[in-house]
Design a protein around this ligand. Structure first.
Ligand code: WT7
Length: 696
């Protein structure tokens, strides 16, 4: 501790002061205090600062430095932790009010080199990946050397099929070494990957391919999950029919079942086998695109969130190390799918940039039995286990013996992600799975933030963790809670709209093809700040707890869904003039969609048949998990005089809180509320009777 302080007292502090005495242009303009004076135009810190000085500071001092002197903090982290082809000349140039975000300007590097080559030099035979396949006990290890070779062969395959820097490549594959190699191969040649979760329908896939104008698609013949085979290639076939930009579809054989090949199709393994295992890495600008990842917003059209090279890589690498206490030789077990941001940041980029062994989990939490996760922990000697509360809520319903019969002594850190973790799940995870000896970190972040922004760690060793609370901002993150009038709220015991007031390297840079939507969604609501869309509470101790979404986005089993997306799908039905979807609590999935449906007044309309068709519509337009759990047929929807649907009222009715509807004075016709409440009562009775019958 004393050493750390003296370091802070001399080296660091001196650097900060000395810089302030020689102001750059921004300082003269703003004339602000020490941390502003370094804001956007300072040169990078001297090499070696991170390794020799900063990384040894206490976490508290590191956080303080990261917010008072972000240029020094991020500049030295980037210079020392990443391998550059050309050093960057400026740490950052950001203006949140106009959505302009650039980090490590003038620098050139290659992400795949940082995730592969640098580790092959040190430990070529260390496992980079452990592919935990669906059948327990059939795992496959892939060393860093092998992963580099596979990545290069795949990169050369893409190149020989005309893919160049900047081209978009769709990946519609289950978690597998080839999916990881596909991402890294794009990174190697400067192509931009867009991974689409292999549970999305052909229409959802087509929409993303069209928006990104992808030139090629990589897929598998089939996926294997929970003992079942899921066709993928046929879904891609259906999608690419409406995607004229697609020139080739590369098909990997995950199973031995034969695949029908059409004129666009290229057998992937065969194509790769004739390619060289060496591929020069393209030096890329820090701000060149690394990937797009589509996520739901409050309108019907998903947004292609843009992430770029250096800032994203640095942020995932630093969060992976510090939040999970990653150490050399660890086996990192994040059970997310690569189709989501968690899979990007904490299955692929974060762990690989740190030279970790990362687990690719292909199965489900209950296959072949509810002990699967913990049996995997024992067999692979997993050090960190990172998963979603929805799976924990499912598992805790089974007997604890499913956990206890497996050796979990390899576990050091537990993590939760994607949705609020309730107290019951938190305590079960912490005490039953972790035997009360592993810190459990509830990590809050988003597709747009690139990596974890609020989590209980890092903190000083003995700092307690408050159950079910994301707690502390990560290095460089400055959360602000905004009140109803858009004013920042100070002090503790307050709840408001969660914003982040300073840029950080991992944040999204744009929405693909629609920068204005990026500005409007994130920077307009609270000018000068990034608005997360979530609400949060700050305790007297200054810790944060996420209270949930403030917009029309719901969270089903940890996956984000826009209610407008579901409404758009339902509205396609010719007998359905109007719908409104709201989120409704569910004990395992967290939330499920609840649809209010207006049907055309036609005689002879078969309601049951229409509802079945509506379910099918959502499945084909989006995905199975988006299908509403509840459908309530109503005559009309509650609207304001200007015609806006008042979802707040629908939420209250669904939650059976119709005694507490709040202000209904702006309703165009208040009799509609009574109608809906009555319809809901009937629906409830009917559901209860159905339940009874089922149990008999
Ligand atoms: C939304 C982001 C984080 C990567 C996976 C989901 C919710 C996320 C938490 C948490 C409470 C959480 C938020 C957020 N969320 N983590 N620890 N506690 N809520 O990424 O699909 O972009 O969704 O998930 O509402 O805005 P995503």
């Amino acid at each position: 501790m004393a050493a750390a302080q003296s370091r802070r007292g001399t080296g660091l502090f001196w650097t900060r002061l000395s810089r302030c005495r020689t102001p750059g242009p921004a300082q003269t303009r703003t004339g602000a205090g020490p941390h502003r004076c370094l804001s956007s135009v300072s040169a990078p810190p001297p090499p070696g600062t991170w390794s020799s000085e900063l990384s040894r500071l206490s976490h508290r001092d590191l956080y303080r430095l990261s917010v008072t002197n972000p240029d020094q903090f991020w500049g030295s982290a980037a210079a020392d932790r990443l391998r550059w082809v050309e050093p960057f000349k400026r740490v950052r140039d950001c203006d949140l009010s106009s959505g302009k975000i650039s980090w490590f300007l003038g620098g050139k590097l290659n992400v795949s080199v940082n995730c592969l080559d640098v580790h092959v030099e040190k430990h070529p035979d260390r496992a980079a990946l452990i592919w935990e396949r669906d059948e327990p006990g059939t795992e496959v290890k892939v060393t860093y050397r092998e992963l580099l070779e596979t990545t290069c062969r795949l990169a050369n395959t893409l190149k020989s099929h005309g893919i160049q820097k900047g081209d978009r490549v769709a990946v519609y594959m289950p978690v597998s070494p080839l999916a990881v190699a596909a991402m890294l191969a794009c990174a190697r040649i400067g192509a931009v990957h867009t991974v689409v979760f292999a549970g999305f329908s052909s229409e959802a896939l087509a929409g993303r391919i069209q928006d990104a104008q992808c030139k090629v698609v990589l897929t598998c013949n089939e996926a294997v999950r929970g003992g079942r085979v899921v066709p993928l290639k046929s879904t891609v076939d259906a999608a690419v029919r409406s995607c004229p930009t697609v020139q080739h579809v590369f098909v990997s054989q995950r199973t031995e079942n034969p695949t029908e090949m059409g004129p666009l199709d290229v057998p992937l393994e065969e194509a790769m086998s004739s390619q060289s295992p060496v591929c020069p890495a393209e030096p890329l600008d820090s701000e060149d695109l690394l990937f797009l990842l589509y996520t739901s917003g409050s309108t019907g059209k998903p947004k292609g969130v843009v992430h770029t090279q250096a800032g994203y890589l640095l942020y995932t690498s630093l969060t992976h190390q510090y939040v999970f206490d990653h150490r050399d030789g660890d086996v990192f077990g994040c059970v997310a799918d690569v189709g989501w941001i968690t899979g990007h940041s904490y299955v692929v980029y974060g762990p690989l940039s740190n030279g970790a062994t990362t687990v690719l989990f292909e199965s489900t939490p209950v296959y072949p039995n509810p002990g699967r996760y913990w049996e995997t922990v024992e067999r692979l000697r997993i050090s960190q286990f990172y998963g979603a509360p929805t799976a924990l809520r499912l598992l805790l319903k089974y007997d604890d013996s499913w956990v206890k019969k497996f050796d979990r002594s390899s576990l050091r850190t537990l993590g939760s992600v994607g949705e609020p973790i309730n107290h019951e799940a938190w305590h079960w995870f912490h005490s039953v799975v972790g035997e009360g000896r592993c810190p459990l970190v509830d990590t809050w972040w988003q597709t747009e933030t690139g990596g974890i922004c609020i989590a209980p760690r890092p903190a000083e060793e003995d700092a307690p963790i408050v159950p079910a609370m994301a707690m502390r901002p990560f290095f460089g993150i400055q959360p602000v809670l905004m009140g109803e009038k858009g004013e920042p709220l100070s002090g503790g015991s307050v709840t408001g709209a969660l914003c982040i007031s300073q840029p950080w390297p991992g944040m999204a840079r744009s929405i693909y093809g629609d920068h204005q939507r990026f500005i409007d969604a994130y920077f307009k609501p609270y000018p000068g700040c990034y608005f997360t869309g979530d609400g949060a509470y700050r305790s007297e101790d200054g810790y944060y707890q996420i209270t949930g979404r403030m917009d029309d986005v719901i969270n089903v089993s940890g996956h984000r869904l826009g209610t407008a997306e579901i409404e758009d799908a339902l509205d396609e039905h010719p007998a359905v003039p109007e719908t409104a979807v709201v989120g409704f609590p569910h004990d395992i999935k967290g939330e499920v969609p609840f649809a209010f449906v207006v049907l055309k007044e036609e005689s002879g309309l078969d309601r049951a048949a229409v509802l079945k068709q509506l379910r099918e519509l959502v499945t084909t337009k989006i995905a199975k998990y988006a299908v509403p759990e509840h459908f309530l047929v109503v005559k009309r929807l509650p609207k304001t005089r200007s015609g806006k649907i008042m979802r707040r009222i629908l939420r209250s009715v669904a939650m059976e809180k119709s005694g507490d509807l709040g202000d209904t004075s702006t309703l165009d016709d208040s009799s509609v509320v009574k109608e809906i409440i009555e319809a809901h009562e009937q629906y409830r009775k009917q559901r209860a009777e159905e339940e009874k019958k089922k149990q008999q």
